[in-house]
Design a protein. Sequence first.
Length: 355
Amino acid sequence: MKFLHIADVHIGATPDKDKMWGGRRGDEIYDSFKKIIKICEEQQVDLLLIAGDLFNAPPTIQQLRELDYQLRLMNGTKTILIAGNHDYIEEGSPWEKYHFESDLVIMPRDRAANVYIEDLNVCVTGYSYGRPEYTERILERLRPGKEGAYNILLGHGGDKTHMPFSKEKLASLGFDYVALGHIHKPAHLVKNKMAFSGSLEPLDHTETGRRGYILGELSGAGNTLIQWVPCNRRSYINMTLELTPDIVNAEIIDNIKDEIERIGADNIFKINLNGCIDSNLQINLSGLYREYNIFEVNDNTHYNYDIGELLTVNENNLLGRFIKTLSDEESLESPEIRERAMKYGIEALLGIGEN
């Protein structure tokens, strides 16, 4: 029995909406789900498991109609879904009112449920959210629903306010596979037995790395084999450049461009500039923002001033007193903060003629 496990798609989310590429990101999230539908067809998947937060918020009737249409495009793939903390099922909500024509089962809110699919001999046990938070250890209380069948646990949680659990406890419950959602980073918790699929697309700049889905197969006496498959359209990439005093602005730009093109220009970049630069260099990367997806640039460089010489020459003025104060090891707890403060302070004081 072949299954595909996804979670945390967050249809309706608009990451980076204040950026030039923000308008495309919402469409790409929905496109990622449509890609899953095609993969289910191509791979002849028997069961699609959605482990919560398919939507970014409780869905509207129109969103459920769109979902129903997409699921009807699959031939022979059944779908089982639980609601998560973002798209939870409220009493009388569209989740409960809409009548699906596709082969979809939605687990009811606020109670454990079992769905047995006879032709696949698989029983899925799950629990849909009826509100945004649960501090109770609900998933640890669930048990396999049918003896002699493949038993799968479909859960959403893992932190202290969203159905916390111990992976050791879940692993001991006797399920053939535990399909988890809520944590956006993919994680294989117990080999071939328990995993977070992660989101299909990264949803903010802190979610670096690839994103994707899990393709699995159950066979024989509960033997499970899973494979995580990356599929995201873009990744958030942290790029770090070490600069030297002899570098010029055009060279910095060329180095960044070369690295972006090497990694892939569709990605979204956070650029960190480190190292020592000439005190006369003015870094200007404004053109890169128009050409590439630059989320932010962090300038952590420092100038190649001779601090000792500056202190000697300016011992009796404001600049000298500033350098002496910042040089005191007790003046600031963090050396990084001290170094940055020294850079900005010297630059500002030299700029206004405090010498």
